[in-house]
Design a protein around this ligand. Structure first.
Ligand code: LCS
Length: 397
């Protein structure tokens, strides 16, 4: 069957996961090598000139990494994928492949803390200006466009507030102005959202999260049009060198086989937990796109195939109560990262988003009392029992 005819679950199982043609090994091998032997000088030179296919050196390409890249580009319905040593390597490599000194970037003010730091502290040192705005407000997006704007960058839903951005609306503005749209799809994975279907140019992921899925690796991926991704491969990926190891590429591929079932199971748990939190007396506010109380619930239904398993909430009693809750959970782990089999709770203001100033966090809607939970695959009744006892200690209810 042609990969374009496969449904997502079939792609996750088969694309990039083909048995080894040499031995029949049902699991593709790990090409744990740094370099590849050339049969002769002419062949080596032809590969360097790009006139002949064939591997050279793992920073320039490796069969295990290629397999992962084929897998993620098929899942995202893109033309070409690239793998990186981390989500940050993917994000920074994609952005630096586009901008030069004097260029301008529009980015949402609510993004993962290190993305925020990369945009505001590193890129600005190289003469790139960045305006942080609310990309969910299309009027603001339109007004922020300058003649030198090259990129509109956002997460949807955003880490950690779960705010969503209307991809179709932003893409319309970007296309009119010749601007590249880059969307971080880490929170939904291609199971629940495929930005390229809305006209987005480049999708980036922290593959550390749902794609890997088991909390045992750091990786990133990006997917876009072939011509642009070839440009990234030949410039920022090759020459800055944020390359994924073949072993970690293999681990991500292994994770992807179960991505659709993991996403759905975690989402089922998350829905129950979001409803539980919403009706709990000690809880002030719950942010989950699957709740009809989420102000962008209709947008979530329009542009996503599911609601995912990330929830943020604030307790009555603010920061002190939130801290007490996070110190009181027993089954849930107090840890950053997300998208793995076990449930993780963390405190964005002091952890994942601590590189933002208090003012920047406030502007992004990240309250000091906000608690983020990445719902895992445990039995939901056990998770509710754990959260109940921790909530009782934290809020008295
Ligand atoms: N994009 C998003 C939305 C993220 O949440 C993260 C990491 C990254 C990119 C960067 O990916 P990495 O380089 O770590 O693979 N987010 C983290 C978080 O929320 N907790 O710990 C890391």
């Amino acid at each position: 069957m042609d990969k374009d005819d496969m449904r997502l679950e079939t792609k996750a199982t088969h694309v990039g996961q083909e048995p080894d043609p040499l031995t029949g090994s049902i699991v593709p091998p790990i090409y744990q090598t740094s370099t590849f032997v050339f049969p002769n000088v002419d062949e080596g030179a032809a590969r360097f000139r790009g006139e002949k296919d064939g591997y050279i050196y793992t920073r320039l390409g490796n069969p295990t990494i290629t397999a992962l890249e084929r897998s993620v580009s098929a899942l995202e319905n893109g033309e070409k994928g690239l793998a990186f040593a981390s989500g940050m390597a993917a994000i920074s490599s994609v952005i630096m492949a586009i901008v030069s000194a004097g260029d301008h970037i529009i980015a949402d003010k609510c993004v993962y803390g290190c993305t925020f730091a990369f945009l505001t502290e590193i890129l600005t040192r190289f003469g790139v200006s960045v305006d942080l705005i609310d990309c969910s407000d299309l009027e603001q997006v339109e007004k922020s466009v300058k003649p030198n704007t090259r990129i509109i960058y956002f997460e949807t839903p955003a880490n950690p507030t779960l705010k969503m951005v209307d991809m179709e609306g932003v893409v319309r503005i970007a296309k009119k102005n010749g601007i590249t749209t880059v969307v971080d799809n880490t929170f939904m994975s291609p199971v629940f959202q495929r930005p390229i279907e809305w006209g987005v140019d480049v999708v980036v992921h922290s593959a550390t999260k749902f794609l890997g899925g088991h909390g045992d690796l750091i990786a990133g991926v990006a997917v876009g049009r072939k011509e642009f991704m070839d440009h990234v491969a030949e410039t920022t990926l090759k020459d800055i060198g944020g390359v994924l190891s073949p072993f970690d590429a293999w681990l991500v591929l292994r994770g992807i086989k179960t991505l659709p079932v993991r996403m759905r199971a975690a989402q089922g748990n998350a829905m129950v937990i979001a409803r539980f939190l919403e009706q709990h007396q000690g809880v002030e506010r719950v942010y989950y796109p699957g709740l009809s109380s989420h102000p962008q619930h209709e947008l979530a239904k329009k542009q996503m195939y599911g609601f995912g398993s990330m929830i943020s909430f604030e307790l009555k009693g603010g920061f002190d109560a939130g801290k007490k809750l996070m110190d009181s959970v027993e089954l849930c782990h107090l840890a950053v990262s997300l998208g793995e089999t076990s449930t993780l709770v963390e405190h964005p203001a002091s952890m994942t988003h601590s590189s933002m100033t208090p003012e920047a966090r406030e502007a992004a809607g990240i309250a000091d009392g906000l608690v983020r939970i990445s719902v895992g695959l445990e039995h939901v009744d056990d998770l509710i029992a754990d959260l109940s006892q921790a909530l009782k200690k934290a809020t008295g209810f």
